[in-house]
Design a protein around this ligand. Structure first.
Ligand code: MG
Length: 197
């Protein structure tokens, strides 16, 4: 049997950086949530791979370009490096069902709660000779779409109260995250590393 790895899948907006109520289009608009960088550094030191999966329909809507999104992700890695953290992979979904686009419609299966981005990550790990151990892997996000994506992909869902913090909506829809944390730092330090590893 090949090597396996435990992975922390992370939503971006509202989980790692502040949700500003619209699409983040510039580095100036991208602000980390308190201690999110420390949380990622801690998880990495504990042996977790770090993968970001983010819906960026602002691309299909013409609000932000792919280059713009990719620049934000470079900036995120620069900010994380200051705390000795980094991510391994980042996947973004440019599509939106209400904004048909010849170039992006084929990515509709990627938009969370669909699992396309997570499946891609599984496949990319596999291609590098490593299997993702889903039972030891988590998906942390602020929306029902994140929790639902986690459940469908066989990952352990954690909801954070930052960003949209859709705790009530999760209950309404019968979605049960394994844990609800105040923020990413509490999810990692107060749950994953202290009780769930
Ligand atoms: Mg979010």
């Amino acid at each position: 049997m090949g090597r396996s790895v435990k992975v922390l899948f992370l939503d971006r907006d509202g989980t790692i950086n502040r949700d500003i109520g619209t699409y983040v289009t510039t580095r100036e608009q991208f602000r980390l949530i308190d201690r999110a960088d420390e949380a990622i550094a801690m998880a990495r030191r504990a042996g977790y791979g770090i993968v970001i999966v983010t819906n960026q329909a602002g691309i299909a809507k013409g609000i932000v370009s792919e280059e713009g999104v990719e620049d934000i992700h470079r900036y995120l890695n620069e900010l994380l490096a200051l705390k000795g953290a980094s991510y391994d992979r980042v996947y973004y979904c440019p599509a939106h069902p209400d904004y048909p686009h010849p170039e992006y419609d084929r990515f509709a299966c990627c938009r969370k709660p669909e699992t396309g981005m997570v499946e891609r990550a599984f496949a990319d790990y596999r291609a590098s000779g490593v299997e993702v151990d889903r039972e030891r892997s988590f998906f942390i996000g602020d929306k029902t779409a994140d929790v639902e994506c986690a459940v469908r992909a066989g990952l352990r869902p954690i909801l954070v109260r930052t960003g949209h913090g859709e705790e009530a909506l999760c209950r309404e829809r019968g979605l049960r995250p394994e844990f609800v944390a105040d923020d990413l730092f509490e999810a990692v330090a107060g749950y994953i590393l202290s009780t769930a590893s």
